[in-house]
Design a protein around this ligand. Structure first.
Ligand code: RFL
Ligand code: PHB
Length: 386
């Protein structure tokens, strides 16, 4: 088998890349380790930047997003028992859209299949060869047999635990990394959100986030220790802890409760490898960088990477110009490092770090700056809306 671009991974990065390449008349094959059902139901991100929404719309993927996505023009920062609205649209002219990542993935899969795409689900034993030659090759197991896909370029869009990045010889990549001493316990509940906008909350017990997926589904998160056993968190305990952290002084307001139908613990990590390319292998999304979710940047960065990559591949295949391809890493990394800084900053400001009361005081001072100073609030908003 031959194709122009062999894509490893059918997450948002791999699927959107395949679609954008199709719009440029460039062929691709997508190889995915899991089933279609699995990738369409993996619960993850929920916040799309304005730029991400624009890219999806311009690529003809805006119909359901526009009908079902919820436009949010601000967020709330809650600390010391008080809420403070950050009016992002007023400060920046831009907004975010709340629309589940799995909905983006469903839209992409449907569209790619309608356009006759070659997506192979449930492939295994994926190996990359010949990355420094002219015919990089992907070998994999599918439909009970060994297969070979000869490509012009391979796009590694296989997430943090994929095989693309580790295939690059040791010594070719530099890793920048930070781990955080906590994780997020996330739930989805059949409960009408008690708020219209997201709440990022710092409490003595730790961080909490109030988000949503629709008028009937709430998405909430609690900071927990990294080694937390989800078995120690029966539903009642989760709702009690959420009510405690979100409590407003002098009010009996609390999150709306409802049946919890999804529960999971996510570790927090910052991670970048440079460069984002090696020979004929180009890396995108979580395969090459990770941010803690406090800044809601991971999915948006993946979209930005493949948008830049698709334009570089268009210049190369259709314009015989390899300049944009050679500068892919440089072009994509600008956004990546800004998002790294923002995600680290939001995480540092909003989580409990051990028992250090001095640290907590500093965090409150930082939050006060953000809610009292239009300059700080604008800086946060610009980064948040993208
Ligand atoms: P993905 O989504 O991990 O997709 C990679 C795909 O590759 C497949 N794969 C392989 N396929 C073939 N062969 C192999 N050897 C393979 N190994 C792996 C996998 O099965 C998978 O289908 O990476 P991609 O496309 O780069 O997308 C990145 C985003 O998923 C990620 O950055 C976001 O979910 C991060 N994130 C958030 N981002 C936002 O922009 N806004 C948010 O609000 C937000 N919230 C979040 C988040 C991530 C979270 N978790 C669970 C990590 C909230 C959470 C809780
Ligand atoms: C979500 O809705 O899942 C979500 C929202 C904002 C974040 C992270 C996750 O910062």
């Amino acid at each position: 088998m031959r194709t122009q671009v062999g894509i490893v991974g059918a997450g948002p990065a791999g699927l959107l890349l395949s679609h954008l390449l199709h719009l440029h008349g460039i062929s691709s094959v997508v190889l995915e380790a899991h089933t279609r059902d699995y990738v369409e139901h993996r619960v993850r991100a929920g916040v799309l930047e304005q730029g991400t929404v624009n890219i999806l719309r311009e690529a003809g993927l805006g119909a359901r997003l526009d009908a079902e996505g919820m436009r949010h023009e601000g967020i709330e920062l809650r600390f010391d028992g008080e809420g403070h609205r950050v009016p992002m649209a007023e400060l920046t002219g831009r907004a975010i859209t709340v629309y589940g990542q799995q909905e983006v993935v469903k839209d992409l899969v449907a569209r790619r299949l309608a356009d006759g795409a070659d997506i192979r689900f449930e492939v295994s034993n994926v190996r990359l060869d010949g990355l420094t030659g002219d015919e990089p090759t992907i070998r994999f197991h599918h439909d009970g047999k060994e297969q070979e896909l000869i490509c012009d370029v391979i796009a590694g869009c296989d997430g943090f635990h994929g095989i693309s990045r580790p295939t690059v010889p040791a010594g070719e990549l530099t890793v920048y990394e930070r781990e955080y001493p906590f994780a997020w316990l996330g739930i989805l509940a059949e409960a009408r959100p008690a708020v219209d906008e997201l709440i990022y909350c710092l409490h003595h017990n730790g961080f909490a986030l109030y988000s949503m997926r629709s008028e009937h589904v709430s998405r909430l998160y609690l900071q927990v220790p990294t080694d937390e056993d989800i078995g120690d968190w029966p539903d009642d305990r989760i709702w009690e802890e959420l009510a405690t952290r979100f409590r407003l002084t002098g009010s009996d307001w609390r999150p709306t409760e409802g049946p919890i139908f999804d529960k999971g613990v996510t570790p927090m990590r910052s991670f970048v490898t440079e460069p984002m390319q090696y020979g004929r292998l180009l890396l995108a999304g979580d395969a090459v960088h990770i941010v803690p979710p406090t800044g809601a940047k991971g999915l948006n960065l993946a979209v930005n990477d493949v948008w830049i990559m698709s334009r570089a591949l268009d210049a190369w295949f259709n314009g015989r110009d390899d300049g944009p391809l050679r500068s892919y890493t440089r072009d994509a990394l600008q956004r990546v490092w800004r998002a790294q800084h923002f995600s680290w900053w939001m995480t540092s400001m909003l989580h409990r770090f051990g028992d250090d009361p001095y640290q907590h005081r500093l965090q409150i001072a930082q939050l006060r700056n953000v809610v009292d100073s239009p300059a700080y609030a604008t800086a946060l908003s610009e980064n948040y809306v993208g």
